[in-house]
Each structure stands twice: as structure tokens, then as C-alpha cells.
Design a protein around this ligand. Structure first.
Ligand code: ATP
Ligand code: MG
Length: 172
């Protein structure tokens, strides 16, 4: 089962986390890799609240090319590549029933990783009956085509547009 959660509104990552919560409740083992998201702490990084069978790994270095990012692009590419390679080895380990690649669509849109590699990842998940969730804005049409379920979160309003700051526990 391949699920894609895309669109410009708030609720993609939190939706994937909600799905993870439901699946672990059903006895499944769920692993999330977060691309791009960097060293800052988000509510979901708090290991103490992780349910049995749930794990989250951060694989990014933070914003790419915006908001004061001073890292060379190659560093971001290397980090994204490394995260995807790690995801491949976890997929092959047989330990997981569901894998979530959070912000992978953004990593693709920024050209940090190759679409072919993600398509191959999806195929391997399919062959091994591992459920896969891909999140992030601007999902490529190739992923939308092969997905079983695609949801687009559309911004109707967002507090950011009123110049408000991101709130801990809500936005991160
Ligand atoms: P969330 O993690 O809250 O579910 P998201 O995964 O849908 O959000 P991302 O595109 O990953 O959204 O955005 C990362 C950050 O930007 C989050 O803090 C999110 O709340 C915020 N955000 C989401 N949508 C918008 C928007 N339309 N305008 C401004 N900020 C947004
Ligand atoms: Mg997100």
C-alpha cells in the first residue's frame, strides 16, 4: 500500500504521525525517516512518548537554501542520500510493517535525491508488503500515478500568513 500526502496546507507530517499511531495500535512496527528536517527538536522526537514498535530518525540538516541556510548544497544532498540508503537497509531488514518517508517530496523537488531511487524503494516495499507513506509538498506525478491513495492538504488559511511565529507543539 502506497499513500502519498501532499499539498500546501498544514497537516501532512501530523497526518502521517496519526497514521503511525493507528498502525502501531494494531501491532504494526512503524519507522519514520524525516528528510530535510534538521537538528531542532520537534514534539514527535521525544522518545519517551514513542509507543512500542515506533521509531523516528531524523536525516536532514535543516532548511535548504532558505532561512539563513549556509551549508553547501552538496551537504544536503549527501544527507538525503544517506538517509535514503539507511531506509533501504531498514526496508530489507524485515523489521518493519510500515515505513514513512517524511518530506521526501520536498527532497525530490529540491533535487537532493533521484526519483528513480524512490520509485525503486516503493517497488521493494510493494514486493515485501510493507506499507509506505510519502509526505511533502509538490509530490511528483510519477509517485501520484503509482500510489494507491493520495491526499492533498490544501491551505485555506494559515496563521503564518498573519505573521505569527511557529508554535512549539503545534508546528514543530
Ligand atoms: P505539520 O507538520 O504541521 O503537519 P506539514 O507537514 O503539512 O505540517 P510542511 O510543509 O512540512 O507542513 O511544513 C513545515 C512547517 O510549516 C510546519 O511547521 C507547518 O505547520 C508549517 N506549515 C504548513 N503549512 C503551511 C502553510 N500553508 N503556510 C505556512 N506554514 C505552513
Ligand atoms: Mg511536513
Amino acid at each position: 500500500m502506497l499513500i502519498v500526502i501532499t499539498g500546501n496546507g498544514k497537516g501532512k507530517t501530523t497526518s502521517a504521525l496519526g497514521q503511525a499511531f493507528r498502525s502501531v495500535g494494531d501491532g504494526k512496527r512503524v519507522l519514520i525517516f524525516q528528510f530535510i528536517k534538521g537538528p531542532w527538536k520537534s514534539g514527535e522526537d521525544n522518545k519517551e512518548i514513542w509507543p512500542k514498535g515506533f521509531e523516528l530518525r531524523k536525516g536532514g540538516l535543516g532548511f535548504v537554501g532558505i532561512l539563513g541556510d549556509k551549508l553547501p548544497r552538496a551537504e544536503h544532498e549527501k544527507a538525503a542520500e544517506k538517509t535514503l540508503d539507511e531506509a533501504f537497509s531498514e526496508l530489507q531488514s524485515g523489521r518493519w510493517n510500515m515505513i514513512i518517508l517524511d518530506e521526501i517530496n520536498n527532497a525530490l523537488a529540491l533535487n537532493l535525491i533521484k526519483l528513480e531511487k524512490v520509485l525503486k524503494f516503493a517497488e521493494e516495499c510493494w514486493a515485501r508488503k510493507i506499507d509506505l507513506i510519502l509526505t511533502g509538498r509538490d509530490a511528483p506525478k510519477e509517485l501520484i500515478e503509482i500510489a494507491d491513495t493520495v491526499s492533498e492538504v490544501k491551505e485555506v488559511k494559515h496563521l503564518y500568513n498573519e505573521g505569527k511565529k511557529a508554535r512549539r507543539g503545534i508546528e514543530y
